[in-house]
Design a protein around this ligand. Structure first.
Ligand SMILES: Nc1ncnc2c1ncn2[C@@H]1O[C@H](COP(=O)(O)OP(=O)(O)OP(=O)(O)O)[C@@H](O)[C@H]1O
Ligand SMILES: [Mg+2]
Length: 146
């Protein structure tokens, strides 16, 4: 990677909830940034998939949110925080196939209930903090092995 050992890349992006016309823009931007700094292809792939799923969850399930990206030579850290309904039962939400997505959202091709399990599979570390009625924060780490 082209960033020096002690250097850190830090950037933030806003996500608009319910705006399907812009859905996926932030994860695409982050993918381009990771390509520019020369992160390993395999790390970029995992980070992009998981970040896209997290971004879509904000668009679909929350009112607004943001993604904070930080990267150094060893790892990429993605924090996705939103203002929204929160997750009532996290264990249930993590189960593949569980979804509260509306019929309308399912007709657009989302709501298979695979996002969170996909994120858990792609990330080296995943933690979710959620307060019902307030919002959700998802933290993910991706090692570069660099
Ligand atoms: N940011 C969030 N805010 C509130 N609820 C969420 C959030 N992320 C996930 N959930 C809850 O967890 C459930 C499972 O999420 P997951 O991403 O696995 O599936 P999905 O978004 O419903 O469908 P898919 O991701 O396959 O399109 C959601 O249906 C929703 O109830
Ligand atoms: Mg999802």
């Amino acid at each position: 990677m082209t960033i020096e050992p002690l250097e850190q890349l830090v950037q933030s992006f806003e996500i608009a909830g319910q705006d399907f016309s812009r859905a996926g823009e932030v994860s695409s931007k982050i993918r381009r940034i990771l390509q520019q700094i020369g992160a390993p292809v395999e790390t970029i792939r995992r980070t992009s998939v998981a970040t896209y799923e997290a971004e879509m969850n904000v668009v679909i399930h929350a009112q607004s949110g943001r993604i904070d990206l930080s990267a150094d030579r060893c790892a990429i850290q993605i924090t996705v925080s939103d203002v929204g309904p929160g997750i009532v039962d996290l264990d249930l939400a993590m189960q593949p196939g569980y979804s509260t997505a509306s019929e309308e959202v399912r007709e657009m091709g989302f709501g298979a209930g695979m996002g969170l399990s996909n994120m858990a599979r792609c990330a080296d570390d995943l933690s979710i903090d959620s307060v019902v009625g307030q919002g959700t924060t998802v933290k993910m780490q991706f090692r570069t092995n660099g």
